[in-house]
Design a protein around this ligand. Structure first.
Ligand SMILES: [Zn+2]
Length: 231
């Protein structure tokens, strides 16, 4: 873009004030801006579509993009905008609060297909409640949408959410500090994992609520939740 540079600095490469370099930077920014917009656009499209509200419960706080499984890529036709509370319960990090989910009685009429799909899955997790069972009966999908809705198997799972809990039944989260309640025998290692050892910043093992990962003496090991308590 020589024309633009000449506008910003008529000295060009010999500009004594260094403006040529900054002009290049400006040019770069302009060149890359459309790409950045593309990355942003899914969230922006969802924000516009939802009027900056959670597409399930209409909350306006802590909104994030949820890619409706099993579609891993952020695309507006496969994603919805949800709030933190919906996110935690949708992703089984918190127990279901059926009162909160009365919002599904409204979201079930959304014209947005991924919203319908998530609504149907959540209604199925709550199907022991008569209002949820009634709502399911009123929802109709075309064949391909029904296949998508059933893809995660949520409609067959029970509503109970299994959470990682310590030996006292307290719910554990990623990043928690815990204390060993038993001296652990770590196979093939002389690791000092004695009773009372503090393990900082644990990571929950996905798909196994009885296990967490933690670092002891710099080594990451898997620890059973029944042998630890929240520190
Ligand atoms: Zn929400």
């Amino acid at each position: 873009m020589p024309k633009m540079i000449s506008i910003i600095c008529r000295y060009g490469t010999v500009c004594p004030f260094g403006f040529f370099i900054s002009a290049q930077k400006v040019t770069e920014k302009i060149t890359f801006a459309p790409e950045k917009n593309e990355i942003m656009s899914v969230e922006n499209v969802l924000r516009a579509r939802s009027n900056n509200q959670c597409e399930l419960c209409k909350s306006t706080s802590n909104l994030t993009v949820y890619d409706v499984p099993p579609h891993p890529e952020q695309k507006e036709e496969d994603s919805i905008l949800i709030c933190e509370k919906c996110d935690l319960q949708l992703n089984k990090k918190e127990e279901l609060d059926s009162k909160h989910w009365s919002c599904l009685n409204e979201s079930m009429w959304s014209e947005v297909v991924p919203v319908q799909v998530v609504t149907w899955r959540m209604l199925n997790r709550l199907r022991d409640e008569s209002w949820a069972a009634d709502a399911i009966d009123q929802m109709f999908f075309d064949e391909s949408t029904l296949v998508w809705a059933k893809a995660t198997g949520d409609h067959e799972n029970s509503s109970a959410v299994e959470l990682h809990r310590d030996c006292n039944g307290n719910i554990l989260h990623d990043g928690d500090n815990v204390v060993l309640t038993k001296t652990l025998d770590v196979k093939g290692s002389n690791l000092n994992a004695k009773l009372g050892t503090v393990v900082k910043g644990i990571k929950l093992v996905v798909d196994n609520v009885e296990q967490i990962e933690g670092k002891i003496e710099g080594q990451t090991i898997v620890i059973l939740t029944k042998y630890l308590r929240k520190g």
